[in-house]
Ligand binder design. Sequence first.
Ligand code: GUN
Length: 281
Amino acid sequence: MTQHQILDGKKVSTLIQAELAEKISKRVEAGHKPPGLAVVMVGNDEASKVYVNNKIKACEKTGIRSKAHFLPRQTSAKALYELIDELNQDSKIHGILVQLPLPEHIDESEVTNRIDPNKDVDGFHARNVGHLVLRQPGLRPCTPRGVMTLLNHYQIDPKGMHCVVVGASNIVGRPLMLEMLFAGATVTCCHRFTQDLAKHVKQADLLCVAVGNPEIVDAEWIKPGAVVIDIGINRLADGRLSGDVDFHVASKKAAWISPVPGGIGPMTVATLMQNTYEASL
Ligand code: GUN
């Protein structure tokens, strides 16, 4: 049994936000406009509401001016495009975030690509995805960037490690795979068609799970001494939040582990603040 240590995303996100608050207040004192973030949500998804409110609270802490747009579920794609066009033109807004998922009648990639790529603080626009793939400067997706910041804080260097990413989404799995590759890890990406998931997970020095289902990865598979990054967030039948990995079992095997809540979630929010600040420079 190894003694595990916690990758404390809540603590590191607080540090990042305090640093940002200081930088922003200095720039405002010097006569610059504060960074502005527009957050757009369509519909009533309960989890999305919590995420959006966390983002707005983080803006208040860091000195970013935020404007929330809560639109009804039946909003047309055209009306949403018009709002995005307006925000693209607004010189007080440096970052635009449209919370996903969107209702089925609205095409997510059309919406994402309507956002000015220089204001695309989620890093989801095809141009920013291209920049990431090509290792060019650009806005990078918040969760994967937040994972790298967290590892860096604890001086965990993925170089040479075998990193296994479980999940291949646009938002997390695929960009995280690239971040790990650029950091010098050997990367395996597992997905719904992977045969013998256990075999791959057992080989991971660095295991990142972003599935949104606590039943896919068995924590018993974790290699002793591995670093475990749990990106899932699930509401259990009894109302508690859990990650994708059984923390109790995993913490007996892993050397380092990120908890849920208090791990990658707060890092995503802090990274959004960093992206918004950088988009305002
Ligand atoms: N839904 C779940 N995660 C995210 C995120 O990082 N950004 C946006 N816009 N929507 C999400």
